[in-house]
Ligand binder design. Structure first.
Ligand code: HPA
Ligand code: ZN
Length: 341
């Protein structure tokens, strides 16, 4: 990729629709918070922690990701973590972001869900004044029971009321294999009845059947990852026909060995088939890059054209959970930038 194209991508207004806020926690901040909170980590130093980031699959990552999140105790901790992500997002010209958070990772350690959401919300509210709009999506951990998810949802009800402008949906993350979307049918029914937006990780490590379940049982508005959909031609055709957004995270897929080489990534084939593909960072502190790094690596590996990148950026705005006026304004801003640059 030449430097002109790289700069055009870097400075383009963009969305980020698949970022786990706990996955933005950099090793330096993990150690600083551990020290402040008196939490003992099973790693001697920042370098030792970083050296452990040699993942073989999703589970090998999740084990370290949950250890990293164990340093988060106070509202200020959640604020600082989110404020640090806001800085990186602004550097990458993200103008709208939708963050996932995992309340069960924290409530299991005795941290209240209010502490978690109040801290994240305070940083996102500050970011509004700096040109970054945002939404927050509560994710259920799929390796836990649906009863645990239902209890978490009930505990979060006051927060959906307190922050209706921000906390607008629910999602499903953590260990995919063996935990199909249908396991969470009842809690997604409750969320849908409340008018919340619905997303689910599906087809990251799991088969196309899990993508069908996310669509047909959970009735999601977006699929997170979805890269294994390519194995089922009828599914790809349906995703394209329904313009079902896929929040793809190329460096995550590379680091978790969904693909051995980025050149094997299915993003370009999905895009060419008409799927509404977007590019996102997933867990940027763990996977070697924020959203712009994901764009650069993907463009290099798959040879995406100017028109491909524009389509991906546009898909992000179309898939965002915002009102029509904000969507139209953001797309107009992207198009004006793209055609002038
Ligand atoms: N997949 C599933 N669960 C997750 C991920 C992911 O990529 N990141 C954080 N939790
Ligand atoms: Zn994810």
């Amino acid at each position: 990729m030449n430097t002109t194209f790289k700069d055009k991508i870097a400075r383009a207004p963009k969305t980020e629709l698949h970022i786990h806020i706990e996955g933005s926690l950099e090793p330096g901040l993990i150690f600083a918070l551990a020290q402040r909170n008196g939490v003992t980590l099973p790693y001697a130093s920042v370098d030792a922690l970083h050296a452990a980031y040699a993942f073989t699959d999703l589970q090998s990552f999740l084990d370290i990701y949950y250890a990293g999140a164990s340093v988060l105790l106070t509202e200020e901790d959640f604020y600082e973590m989110t404020a640090a992500y806001v800085e990186r997002a602004l550097e990458d010209h993200v103008v709208h972001t939708e963050l996932f958070f995992d309340p069960q990772t924290h409530t299991a350690r005795g941290v209240s869900i209010e502490t978690v959401v109040d801290g994240i919300e305070r940083a996102l509210d500050d970011a509004e004044g700096r040109g970054l709009s945002s939404r927050l999506i509560l994710c259920f951990l799929r390796h836990l029971s649906e009863d645990d998810a239902l209890a978490t949802f009930d505990a979060a009800l006051p927060l959906f009321k307190r922050y209706p402008h921000r906390l607008i949906g629910v999602g499903l993350d953590s260990s995919e294999l063996g935990h199909p979307p249908s396991k969470f049918a009842r809690v997604f029914d409750k969320a849908r009845a409340m008018g919340l937006k619905l997303v689910a990780h599906a087809g990251e490590e799991g088969p196309p059947a899990y993508v069908y379940e996310a669509l047909d049982v959970l009735k999601v508005d977006r699929i997170d990852h979805g890269v294994r959909s390519i194995e089922d031609a009828a599914l790809v055709e349906r995703l394209a026909r329904e313009r079902m957004p896929l929040t793809v995270c190329p460096l995550s897929n590379l680091k978790l060995r969904v693909f051995d080489d980025l050149k094997q990534h299915t993003l370009k084939r999905l895009l060419d088939a008409g799927a509404a593909v977007t590019i996102n960072s997933d867990d940027p502190a763990y996977f070697g890059g924020y959203v712009n790094d994901n764009f650069f690596a993907t463009v290099d590996a798959l040879g995406l054209s100017d028109a491909d990148v524009h389509a991906v950026l546009r898909n992000g705005f179309e898939a965002a959970f915002v009102g029509a006026a904000q969507r139209d304004a953001m797309i107009a801003r992207l198009d004006a930038y793209w055609h002038a640059a």
